[in-house]
Ligand binder design. Structure first.
Ligand SMILES: Cc1cc2nc3c(=O)[nH]c(=O)nc-3n(C[C@H](O)[C@H](O)[C@H](O)COP(=O)(O)OP(=O)(O)OC[C@H]3O[C@@H](n4cnc5c(N)ncnc54)[C@H](O)[C@@H]3O)c2cc1C
Length: 502
């Protein structure tokens, strides 16, 4: 069974000349590792911190169908996004994705022209779905709702509601879980993956890496190097300059806003900017999203500003009878989109991606979306092969299911594990039972109101490369998004680490 094994990855990387060194294990780097390994290349992939430490864990967790690109006339990117959504939802990760109903309540805050324009947009988005051949049984067509239907779907909707617009998009179980699944799938194809390994310098033929656990440094020889370090990418190569923009989400309990449907509210004074409430499987609801240019050094963990919190609360409140307040906010998180400084201005790479080859041969892949990681990875590996020092076949990932995507979980596997691990739910259970603990203990919520189980935490350590409490609570699970839940779950995380011998 596929396990991340940091020590053997590092020993191997120090001894061999690897075909490809991938620096950065967000969705992009993990995708590159899988793409290259599945084409038969030998791969070492490292991250300075942990899987999904950067932007990849701070997203809206949507699998976008490309509607936003249509509004900007970027037809090609829009189609690509719809196709990648289709691939994720139907073949590579159906177990980690689902369809999310979204309602735009037509309240006094939404003008008639604005409502009509939004419906046109949803219809155009539906054309993208059809173009990608995603069945309407998976992502139903958009439609208008009556006032009564809207009120039934959006409890607590603003009393001025005169109807609503219902549309569907894809939603991830969790963004960090997609990254973990990608990394483990890559390992299944022979890639070696090591966290807590920072690249201090890279060239087209290798890198100097520092192992932040042992404090040692090692030189790795590689036939090619891909820089997939997201908003940090310009620190490793010359000739690239990034200026990030921050996007913030608030975390609310499902008791504060509807927990079964996403609710959309337009930003006052704008035609095509909206905020969304995004219900999550564990009963929390995220509310996003802002877009704030950031100057100065890139922080490890970006922090939302007070203004962003106020903006999100007041904008979303236009959809509801009871205005949302600070008392409803149980957490908040922010992520950085890379904006590339180009000649004559900046280009928003969060809407597309760039693959740049430095004079010394390092291939940098930056920008794009979680949704389009597979295409980004394939373009990056194609750029590596175009250099001529490595030979491999074409990209195979379109038809390559991630761990847990195929087969059936055992009939008695708990629904929660099936939701988070797909067909691997039985493996998670078996690994947990090998500790000798009873199911009651392994499968119970680790604390009051925290549905994560000890079995998941154990699997995080034994198979998913978690090295400490932070890895377990902030990335393998997302308990850390609510500080009070995190504190309550910490003893269970420590116990999982000790049971697994860490
Ligand atoms: C607020 C927000 C919301 C978003 N919502 C969505 C959404 O709903 N759907 C969607 O499809 N996309 C969304 N996106 C876009 C998506 O999140 C990003 O495009 C994607 O996560 C970028 O991944 P990455 O792997 O390129 O970068 P990152 O995830 O940032 O990964 C870079 C990694 O490199 C590592 N690293 C850095 N320097 C070094 C070094 N020297 N050595 C080794 N490792 C290093 C870091 O630790 C990090 O783990 C959103 C983006 C933002 C900002």
């Amino acid at each position: 069974m596929t396990r991340l094994d940091r020590d053997s990855a590092l020993t191997w990387g120090a001894e061999e000349t690897v075909d490809l060194l991938v620096v950065g294990l967000g969705v992009t780097g993990a995708g590159v590792a899988l793409d290259a390994a599945s084409r038969g290349l030998t791969v070492l992939a490292v991250d300075a911190r942990d899987l999904a430490f950067g932007t990849s864990r701070w997203s809206s967790k949507l699998v976008h169908g490309g509607l936003r690109y249509l509004a900007k006339g970027q037809l090609g990117v829009a189609h690509e996004s719809a196709v990648e959504r289709h691939v994720l939802m139907t073949s590579t990760a159906p177990h980690l994705t689902r369809s999310l109903p979204m309602v735009l309540p037509l309240t006094s805050a939404v003008g008639r022209a604005q409502g009509a324009l939004a419906m046109q947009g949803f219809r155009a988005g539906d054309l993208l779905r059809r173009g990608a051949r995603t069945p309407s049984s998976l992502l139903p067509r958009p439609r208008r709702l009556t006032a009564a239907e809207t009120a039934a779907r959006v409890p607590g909707v603003h009393p001025s509601v005169r109807g609503g617009l219902l549309s569907y998009d894809g939603q991830l179980e969790d963004d960090a879980r997609l990254v973990v699944a990608l990394a483990r799938t890559a390992v299944g194809y022979g890639a070696r993956v090591a966290t807590r390994v920072r690249a201090s310098s890279v060239t087209g033929t290798g890198a100097v890496l520092s192992d932040t656990v042992s404090g040692t440094s090692l030189s790795v020889r590689a036939r090619a190097v891909v820089n997939a370090t997201g908003v940090w990418a310009d620190r490793l190569v010359d000739g690239l300059s990034l200026r990030p923009s921050r996007g913030t989400h608030l975390v609310l309990r499902g008791t504060a806003v509807p927990a079964s449907v996403a609710v959309t509210a337009p930003v006052p004074g704008s035609v095509n900017r909206f905020v969304f409430t995004l219900p999550q499987p564990d009963g929390l609801v995220y509310l996003g999203l802002t877009d704030e240019p950031v100057d100065g050094p890139v922080p490890d963990v970006p922090v939302p500003s007070e203004e962003e919190i106020d903006f999100l609360l007041s904008t979303a409140s236009t959809a509801f009878e009871r205005p949302l307040t600070r008392a409803d906010v149980v957490g908040a998180y922010a992520g950085l989109r890379p904006l590339i400084s180009a000649q004559g201005g900046t280009a928003d790479l969060s809407r597309e991606h760039a693959v740049l080859t430095s004079p010394d041969g390092v291939v940098t892949v930056v920008g794009g979306k979680l949704t389009t990681y597979r295409k980004m990875a394939s373009d990056a590996v194609d750029a590596v092969l175009a250099q001529g020092s490595l030979h491999a076949g074409p990209c195979r990932t379109r038809a390559l299911p991630l761990v847990g995507a195929t087969g059936a979980p055992p009939a008695d596997a708990p629904a929660r594990l099936v939701r988070r691990y797909g067909a691997e739910a039985g493996v998670v259970l078996e690994a947990a039972r090998s500790t000798g603990l009873a199911d009651d203990e392994l499968l119970a919520p680790v604390a009051d109101g925290v549905p994560v189980t000890l079995a998941e935490l154990l699997f995080g350590v034994t198979h998913e490369g978690a090295l400490d409490v932070d890895d377990l609570l902030d990335r393998r699970t997302r308990v850390g998004l609510v500080a009070a839940d995190r504190a309550a779950a910490e003893p269970a995380a420590r116990r999982a680490l000790s049971l697994a011998g860490r």
